[in-house]
Design a protein around this ligand. Structure first.
Ligand code: PEP
Length: 253
């Protein structure tokens, strides 16, 4: 792994209300309070509406993120939320290009690029999600897809902000209720390819960019996945939406 610290986080998608998010985070803070701060970073990404309440529970132990963000500071973008607005909430991370943003809402690589750059320029950590679809995999273009997502998504990325970049590799076919987790050797190979593309983009400076794996991570497979060379963290959906389950996974890794 590129760092001594594991990153373990969850995207709550559109599943928890304000009250449910507060319950979840309060429980998570209490059950994880004894974990050593130095070895593990926990981050949770709730819905926008829950962020003000959630930010009260933010701590050294627990980082908070937003699930999306517009690239502009302000403007004629009805329904969007700007980096300046997110700054008011004191969150740390902005998730960009999740597969549902790309494949349900048609977000393009060019848009992820603008968002990534705006996020780091406003002091957030940008969590860029990449991953091939089932169709890419069947066509044999998974490698190409990931390279394109990285090379466009990180075009003109300011090198001095590399410490604020995290990558999540989430093969689309492995995500959600219809997904199956990718086999460990597949994940290991994909992470190595991602690392070498990052190395190509940022020669000599890509070592410390964390690459997380996501897609049907659960209590059964988390240990094997986190132990893989090149896997610096886990990005978890369903299996983490109960605070006690999340705590179990964190302690197993
Ligand atoms: C995700 O959507 O990012 C994800 C990893 O979901 P799940 O763990 O539920 O497959």
């Amino acid at each position: 792994t590129s760092s001594d610290r594991l990153l373990i986080g969850s995207n709550l998608k559109m599943y928890k209300t304000i009250a449910e998010t507060v319950d979840y985070l309060s429980r998570l803070v209490s059950v994880t309070s004894d974990l050593p701060r130095e070895s593990i970073d926990i981050f949770i990404i709730p819905s926008f509406t829950a962020l003000p309440a959630a930010s009260m529970l933010k701590s050294d132990r627990l980082k908070l993120g937003a699930q999306n963000m517009n690239w502009a500071d302000s403007g004629q973008y009805t329904g969007e939320i700007s980096p300046v607005m997110l700054r008011e909430l004191g969150i740390d991370v902005v998730e960009i290009g999740h597969s549902e943003r790309r494949h349900v809402f048609g977000e393009t690589d060019d848009e992820t690029n603008r968002k990534v750059i705006a996020a780091v320029n406003h002091g957030f950590t940008a969590l860029l999600c990449i991953g091939e679809t089932a169709s890419d995999k069947n066509l044999g273009i998974s490698e190409e897809r990931i390279r394109i997502q990285l090379k466009i998504g990180l075009h003109d990325f300011p090198k001095e902000k590399l410490s604020r970049l995290w990558i999540a590799y989430e093969p689309v076919w492995a995500i959600g209720v219809n997904g199956t987790p990718a086999a460990p050797d597949y994940v290991e190979e994909a992470h190595a390819r991602i690392r070498s593309t990052l190395e190509e983009l940022f020669p000599g400076e890509a070592d410390h960019i964390p690459i997380l794996y996501g897609g049907s991570v659960n209590k059964q497979n988390c240990c094997e996945l986190i132990a893989l060379p090149g896997v610096d963290g886990l990005f978890i959906g369903r299996a983490a939406w109960n605070a006690d389950d999340m705590n179990t996974i964190i302690r197993m890794t």
